[in-house]
Design a protein. Structure first.
Length: 117
């Protein structure tokens, strides 16, 4: 089992910055990939960014503005969000994934990010 606790959401004006954090506990040593997803009202949950080892992956809509990083010693993943836009408004969810005979996916509780114009 893996538990994920997110923090860092809030309200910010367009052009501003926020940093999200997600701390993993439990069987965190098993985690292969960590990522951030978001879900806006009336829309499907979408991948924002993920990190596997030293490799990162970003949605086209956030490339050049968001940066994902991971501190393995602290079992924590971060999402630095710069140049925020109103369309970035959503609930952001942390995700942890690993394979051990079958896929294991864990989700955080979500944190609200609201960008005002």
């Amino acid at each position: 089992q893996v538990q994920l606790v997110e923090s860092g959401g809030g309200l910010v004006q367009a052009g501003g910055s926020l940093r999200l954090s997600c701390a993993a506990s439990g069987s965190a040593f098993r985690i292969n990939t960590m990522g951030w997803y978001r879900q806006a009202p009336g829309k499907q949950r979408e991948l924002v960014a993920s990190i596997t080892g030293g490799s990162t992956n970003y949605a086209n809509s956030v490339k050049g503005r968001f940066t994902i990083s991971r501190n393995n010693d602290k079992n924590t993943v971060y999402l630095q969000m710069d140049s925020l836009k109103p369309e970035d408004t959503a609930v952001y969810y942390c995700n942890a994934y690993y394979w051990s005979g079958r896929p294991y996916n864990y989700w955080g509780q979500g944190t609200q990010v609201t960008v005002s114009s």
